[in-house]
Design a protein. Structure first.
Length: 264
């Protein structure tokens, strides 16, 4: 037997080959089992083989580094708790408020449910998207507290509380309309100018946070979506009347209805 700091060399006599294993006999009469598949070709009973065992320090250190990196990655991924949600007010009108929150940071837990709270009481709210809700049925010029709580597999987390006061009847800044089909597109120009004077706004597409849908013709995909979302459909005179009277006007007096079909 030959040995140094990093490797050892042994000599054996092959005793028996059986079922993929070889019985090797050392000069000092120690018997060991050895995989026959890695013996040199042509080895049979009685053959003498030399076996050198080396310690691969470089590979050993590499495996240690890989293991430590994996361990650190697992720790970083599963040791971070979920973060509390952060909400803010997206839009305010006289009778409803839209809340939105930043994308949830859950880390290793899973989301079970999102609960909406008004003045400390859990309520039902209409989801506008994965990160936005619309809370309707509010009183004009009234202060409310809102927050959300997320239920996860790791427990319940509460957001910040947002205080908000709904608009008074003479606050027109919450008006957010979408324009539909008109007999003449030039009719939209004075309506946009009116919105600017009231510090109100409009959107290009119909969404759940539109307060009204303004058109003169009941047609087109925007009109269909507005009816599906139960958005009040009014003519342009409604907007001009709001500006003239300096207060929100009832939608019922300015509704645009579908013309009756012949024979009805």
């Amino acid at each position: 037997m030959y040995m140094n700091k990093n490797n050892s060399k042994f000599q054996f006599t092959v005793g028996k080959l059986d079922a993929g294993m070889a019985l090797l006999l050392s000069p000092d009469h120690h018997l060991i089992e050895f995989p026959a598949t890695i013996l040199p070709e042509g080895v049979t009973s009685g053959s003498i083989v030399n076996i050198t065992i080396n310690r691969d320090i470089e590979e050993e250190n590499k495996k240690k580094r890989e293991f430590m990196e994996l361990e650190d990655k697992i720790y970083q991924e599963f040791s971070k708790p979920p973060e509390n949600p952060v909400i803010k007010i997206y839009h305010i009108t006289q009778t409803w408020v839209a809340l939105e929150w930043e994308p949830l940071v859950l880390n290793s837990v899973e989301l079970k449910e999102i609960d909406i709270f008004k003045n400390g009481q859990r309520i039902q709210a209409r989801r506008l998207s994965d990160t936005k809700v619309k809370i309707s049925g509010l009183e004009m010029d009234t202060e409310y507290d809102f927050h959300i709580e997320i239920r996860t597999t790791g427990g319940r987390l509460k957001s910040n509380i947002e205080k908000v006061r709904t608009h008074a009847i003479d606050n027109l800044t919450g008006i957010r309309v979408c324009f539909g089909a008109f007999d003449n597109d030039d009719e939209i120009v004075p309506l946009i100018e009116s919105l600017h004077r009231m510090s109100a706004s409009f959107t290009d597409d119909v969404d759940g946070d539109n307060t009204h849908f303004i058109c003169s013709r009941t047609e087109g995909p925007k009109y269909v979506k507005a009816t599906q979302l139960n958005i009040p459909i009014v003519n342009g005179q409604w907007l001009l009347a709001c500006e003239k009277e300096n207060k929100i006007q009832p939608s019922s007096s300015y509704q645009v209805t579908q013309p009756a079909k012949i024979g009805e």
